[in-house]
Design a binder for this molecule. Structure first.
Ligand code: ZN
Length: 162
């Protein structure tokens, strides 16, 4: 009697599938087939892992947004104009940029809190769109004092957004 090359596996997820074991040594096929039967089929494995990953990522994003939210409240920063997805992204960008600017100019002793309030936070509060933060995210931090003033005065400023 010859050892089959195609084995039918009853996966633990309940699916059944034929698998080609011709590349396995004849005396290893039964053991390998048994091992496969303790596992989910490939489709179920992929789906479960994909779900876990996106659930974890969503949780991380929620934690990040909550942190940003607390800080926004303290800094008097309003919600931005844009879709939910854009909001999530743009608010984190805004938080990163403003925190970076605080480190760069205030923590370093170059400027005081009052300077930060009038030159950074005041124009930042006036920028009302997600789009502005997303479009400008790649500029270096020292460009922002000027960018913020320009942004507050542009069509993305809250006086000009409908
Ligand atoms: Zn399955």
């Amino acid at each position: 009697m010859s050892i089959p090359t195609t084995w039918t596996i009853d996966y633990s997820c309940g699916h059944t599938g034929d698998i080609d074991l011709s590349k396995k040594r004849v005396d290893q096929r039964a053991g390998y087939a048994k091992w496969l039967e303790q596992r989910d089929c490939f489709e179920c494995y992929k789906q479960k892992n994909g779900k876990k990953e996106s659930a974890e990522r969503a949780k991380e994003r929620a934690v990040e947004l909550e942190k940003v939210g607390t800080w926004e409240e303290r800094s008097g920063l309003e919600d931005l104009d844009g879709s939910d997805k854009q909001q999530a992204w743009a608010r984190v960008i805004r938080g990163d940029i403003l925190a970076g600017l605080y480190d760069l100019y205030v923590e370093s002793g170059e400027h005081d809190e009052e300077w930060f309030e009038s030159k950074i936070l005041t124009p930042a509060r006036m920028i009302a769109t997600c789009r502005w933060w997303i479009d400008n995210r790649d500029f270096e931090l020292p460009a922002f004092p000027e960018l913020l003033i320009a942004g507050a005065d542009s069509e993305d400023g809250n006086e000009n957004v409908a």
